[in-house]
Design a binder for this molecule. Structure first.
Ligand code: GLY
Ligand code: MN
Ligand code: MN
Length: 446
């Protein structure tokens, strides 16, 4: 998928280490659950009701954690401590569709691979169900091998998945590079006057991925549409005049996601551009705050204060940032979380996990959409995605709650036609300074 020529070779030793880590984690998870085998189906196709059309296949994340195989339904990973992983690889005889290639790539030498031609043929290759932790969805049931998803096993594996291996970081960096190609093409399409749909197509073409490949549906909003947090309508006609553009779009690379947001003003001399620049500078400071030992909840609350400082500077709020946060006014302008864990899933698992044995770290009161409440540790990758929006529904609430005088409504009227601003990067927590995975990819592209 368009990686540098040396990239696959570089991954060989990294994958060996990654697999060693996966085995160690599985050994511990199985011991905790009292099982002898880890069994992970890749997942099956799903059919639309009363129809013969299948939904796009989505691989079981527990499967792609072991193997860079994202298009291999009806296959299985079996791991027994002390043994090489067994890959039951479904390669049907099929002249209607393209069948998966024969096994190849950096993983092959590390696994014992068994080709099967029918889904049922996997049964004879699976270990006894009663001794197996089977991680998957109910539809993957094969005979008596029904996913049991034991809590102690899942909790341990998902918690440990927060700590990305160097192999995973290498794949995530590549997912950044791919997405940045799309972001550059999208910006050019915006400047050229394309519609949201046209921008989306330019993005997909530049990345080489379409809706089935991308880690989530592209959010591409022009003008007021930038105020809809998950705007996915993709209008076919560009508005006139063009004022602003928000794009939240990522890419996938061997099952790993990137998730990047940028905001643009059509008139780069405008006050809205100045507000974007202020959010961008603040966002980079927030990214620098991704350090070991820092409570992500504190980063989120700090972001509220910083963003309200920007609104104060631009004359949108009349009260101090502290007052805006205390009264809930800030939540009308910044109504989502600062970010979330990311990796195999765009909203990756274990953002609330109190330990690898369960428990949950609750969100701070008044912040119902935060997806990450843990203290940062080396190896974690999180997004940092502050935003400021002009959303009538929420601004009406400010009035209803008796805080109308906290806001300069003429200034809201001035900014409303631009919708909103969000800037989003991925940041790796290290033992030292934050490692922003996204910004260097833009730097390379320039
Ligand atoms: N693209 C969804 C998010 O930023 O979380
Ligand atoms: Mn995003
Ligand atoms: Mn995100």
């Amino acid at each position: 998928m368009n990686a540098p020529a040396s990239f696959d070779t570089d991954l060989v030793p990294l994958y060996a280490d990654h697999l060693a880590t996966m085995k160690r984690r599985a050994d511990e998870a199985l011991a905790r659950g009292g099982f002898d085998h880890l069994v992970v189906p890749s997942g099956t196709q799903h059919w639309q009701v009363f129809d013969d059309r299948d939904y796009p296949y989505a691989v079981n994340p527990q499967f792609k954690a072991w193997l860079p195989l994202t298009r291999l339904p009806y296959s299985w990973l079996v791991y027994t401590p002390g043994e090489r992983p067994k890959v039951i690889y479904y390669q049907p005889f099929d002249y209607w569709h393209v069948v998966p290639d024969s096994p190849s790539g950096w993983w092959v030498d590390h696994c014992d691979t068994h080709i099967i031609r029918t889904p049922d043929a996997a049964a004879a290759l699976l270990p006894p169900a009663a001794r197996s932790a089977i991680l998957g969805e109910p539809q993957s049931t094969l005979g008596d091998h029904a996913p049991n998803n034991p809590e102690p096993v899942i909790q341990y594996l998902e918690y440990q998945r927060s700590y990305k291996t160097p192999y995973e970081i290498a794949l995530m960096r590549q997912a950044q590079r791919l997405a940045v190609r799309g972001h550059r093409a999208a910006e050019a399409a915006f400047r050229a006057g394309e519609s949201e749909f046209g921008i989306h197509m330019a993005y997909c073409t530049a990345v080489g991925q379409d809706a089935n490949d991308l880690p989530y549906g592209n959010i591409i909003g022009l003008n007021e549409h930038a105020a809809v947090l998950h705007y996915m309508e993709l209008q076919r006609v560009a508005p006139d005049p063009l004022r602003s553009f928000l794009i939240d779009a990522g890419a996938s690379f061997h099952g790993y996601a990137s998730d990047i947001t940028r905001s643009y003003a059509y008139d780069t001399g405008s006050e809205f551009q100045a507000m974007i620049d202020a959010v961008d500078a603040a966002q980079q400071n927030m990214c620098a705050g991704v350090r070991s030992g820092v409570d992500y909840r504190q980063l989120h609350v700090d972001a509220h204060h910083t963003l309200m400082g920007i609104l104060k500077d631009f004359g949108v709020i009349r009260v101090s940032p502290e007052a805006a946060v205390a009264t809930g006014v800030s939540a009308a302008f910044f109504p989502h979380g600062l970010g979330h864990p990311i990796g195999l899933q765009v909203h990756d698992v274990a953002g609330f996990a109190a330990s690898d044995r369960g428990g949950r770290i609750e969100r701070p009161a008044g912040h119902p959409y935060l997806r990450m409440t843990r203290v940062l540790e080396p190896g974690m990758v999180v997004t940092i995605e502050p935003g400021l929006y002009f959303i009538d529904l929420l601004l009406e609430e400010v009035k209803k709650n008796g805080h109308a005088t906290s806001v300069d409504w003429a200034r809201v009227d001035a900014f409303r036609p631009y919708g909103g601003i969000r800037i989003e990067d991925e940041v790796l927590c290290t033992g030292g300074d934050a490692d922003n995975l996204t910004r260097p990819a833009f730097g390379e592209a320039d």
